[in-house]
Unconditional design. Structure first.
Length: 85
C-alpha cells in the first residue's frame, strides 16, 4: 500500500522575501526549515546567550515581519506566512 505524502513533505511555493534567504522553490516545509537554519548558522545570527533566539539581519527582518529578534518557535509561525501550496 502506498504511503501518503505528509503535509510537511508537500512542495510549497516560497515568497520572494523568503527566497532571498533560502533560494527559489518550490520545496517542502522540512527543506525550508533546514535551509533557514543553514542561513542562520552561516551568518552567526543566533543569540550567543540564548541560542533559541535569532537576531535577524535585513533579509530575515523581511521574513520576520520587521522584528529584530524572534525565538525559534515564533520563527516557524512567521515563516509559514511566506509559504503557499
Amino acid at each position: 500500500m502506498a504511503k501518503a505524502t505528509s503535509a510537511f513533505m508537500k512542495p510549497m511555493t516560497i515568497s520572494d522575501d523568503l527566497a532571498e534567504v533560502i533560494g527559489k522553490g518550490p520545496m517542502p516545509r522540512s527543506e525550508v526549515v533546514k535551509k533557514l537554519w543553514e542561513y542562520i548558522k552561516k551568518h552567526d545570527l543566533q543569540d550567543p546567550k540564548n541560542k533559541r533566539n535569532i537576531v535577524a539581519d535585513d533579509k530575515l527582518k523581511a521574513v520576520f515581519d520587521g522584528k529584530a529578534v524572534v525565538n525559534m518557535f515564533e520563527m516557524t509561525k512567521l515563516v509559514s506566512k511566506h509559504l503557499t501550496s
